[in-house]
Design a protein. Structure first.
Lengths: 205, 176
């Protein structure tokens, strides 16, 4: 009798394979290479390190199934191919526990980074209660969060990794205009919480 | 662009690490000549520091086998493999309603299974024991099948809770 929120038939992991079909134009400077190598390079240029809505962050090209086409359209200088291939995408599932490093902490909460993915936010209401923030003596605009549990104070400093549980993964729509000086647009935002036993900086436990 | 299958298969951290290794990613600083992109290196760096770097296919399979009797959800088993909890507290955050589904003895057994079957990741060994028993992963750019981990693999058959541990060497099979 399982009380999990997912059905057993669905495997949930952090990295997935996604099968994609894409039509691309092979730029002429790649014509000297063998075809599959050239196609792979062009696919990597297009997809790597980019977020596809509802799919996740594309990490790398896993393999290529088939390459069709090779037609040259009138007025074009290069041939166009239709490629079927698989991509490794990073898509954390809700409930997953990930260890990440602290990137910055401010009055709204924490921001964590995985090296290849930086938009992980832990809002202040999802820190273990009661927490309070105090201005960081080292950096002027940063704030340090301290969790007071009973009599002891636990500090969230940037030294060790922080384990958090994924609460939601959102893909906000691309804004038409952005006000000056705002943060660059984040196509994939992961919200997490560290309000459970065993979560938070590794040194706490 | 057309998405044919959004979910054509799931990969454990270890499998992604293995795939990147087979393409030639490694830890050494001269990374220019390898056909691996910068962003892929960042993923490799992250995975290497996590628990996946010292796992092998066999240890992961073994862990799955032994866990079957606990009837864990796939998400929980995956979390345990990725996180490698070393104490009861860490298991608690992974398993939902752990107090109603299992009693303390079973939870301890699960923690022991995780600790013995899954090799610790580098940060854990430094904190836990003070000696780094696991050396870094082998740099095998030619090995397509498995990444070989150097270091002793502790595999044991555990029935119930036992105090004594038998450390045996697991034979690694190389396909190359």
């Amino acid at each position: 009798m399982l009380v999990g929120a997912r059905s057993l038939s669905e495997t949930v992991k952090m990295f997935y394979l996604s099968k994609i079909e894409h039509t691309l134009r092979l730029p002429p400077h790649l014509l000297s290479r063998p075809l599959d190598e050239a196609i792979k390079l062009e696919l990597e240029n297009i997809f790597l390190d980019k977020v596809v809505a509802n799919l996740g962050l594309c990490i790398s090209v896993y393999d290529i199934f088939k390459i069709e086409g090779g037609f040259i359209f009138p007025g074009e200088g290069a041939s166009t191919y239709t490629v079927e291939f698989r991509l490794v995408v990073f898509r954390p599932f809700v409930g997953e526990i990930i260890a990440a490093k602290l990137k910055e902490s401010d009055a709204n909460g924490l921001r964590l980074s995985l090296g290849f993915f930086d938009d992980i936010y832990i809002p202040s209401h999802l820190l273990p209660s009661p927490s309070r923030s105090e201005p960081d003596p080292d950096k002027r605009y940063d704030v340090r969060w301290i969790w007071e549990f009973g009599d002891t104070k636990y500090l969230i400093d940037g030294i060790d990794e922080i384990k958090f549980r994924v609460l939601s993964v959102k893909y906000p729509p691309i804004p038409i205009e952005q006000p000056e000086g705002s943060k660059p647009f984040a196509p994939m935002v992961v919200t997490g919480s560290i309000d459970y036993d065993g979560l938070g900086p590794v040194s706490w436990w | 662009m057309k998405i044919l299958e959004g979910n054509a298969g799931a990969l454990t951290n270890f499998e992604v690490l293995d795939f990147l290794r087979s393409r030639g990613a490694s830890k050494d600083p001269t990374r220019v000549l390898v056909p691996v992109a910068q962003s892929e290196f960042k993923v490799y760096d992250y995975l290497v520091e996590s628990g996946a770097c010292n796992q092998t296919r066999e240890s992961v399979n073994e862990f799955f086998e032994k866990c079957k009797k606990f009837k864990l959800a796939k998400a929980e088993m995956l979390n345990i493999i990725n996180i490698r909890p070393s104490s009861l507290v860490e298991i608690d955050s992974v398993i939902e309603q752990s107090d109603t589904r299992f009693d303390e003895e079973q939870l301890e057994e699960l923690v022991d299974l995780a600790v013995t079957l899954l090799p610790p990741h580098p940060n854990q060994t430094i904190i836990e024991e003070g000696t780094n028993e696991n050396e870094g992963p082998a740099e095998g750019a030619n090995e397509n099948e498995q990444g070989t981990a150097e270091g002793d693999q502790v595999g044991e058959d555990q029935k119930g809770t036992s105090d004594g541990e038998e450390i045996g060497d697991v034979e690694k099979m190389d396909d190359s």
